[in-house]
Design a protein. Structure first.
Length: 92
């Protein structure tokens, strides 16, 4: 991803990461785009001071898409809980 793509994805609310899921790209209250290591809060800018060069390789930035199997599994859990609740209610 290039700088423009990364910024657009962050602004659109996408979950953007660098190198692995532990490094999250986000925008702070001052409008700065940052890379933060979630475990300890260590943060660097998305780019160098000129704003023209990424602090990392373009190939290492990615959008983490929600996993469909997890979403489907969560939906099944809700359906099972709902049907269990209804079936245990018994005759009125």
């Amino acid at each position: 991803m290039n700088i423009a793509e990364i910024k657009a994805a962050v602004d659109a609310g996408k979950s953007v990461h660098w190198a692995n899921e532990g490094y999250r790209v986000h925008r702070d209250g001052l409008g700065q785009y940052l890379i933060t290591f979630v475990q300890n809060g260590s943060t660097i800018g998305l780019t160098d001071r000129s704003g023209k060069r990424l602090n990392g390789s373009e190939a290492d930035f990615f959008i983490l898409e929600p996993r469909q199997d997890v979403a489907a599994e969560q939906g099944r859990d809700v359906q099972v809980a709902t049907s269990d609740t209804l079936s245990s209610a018994g005759p009125g």
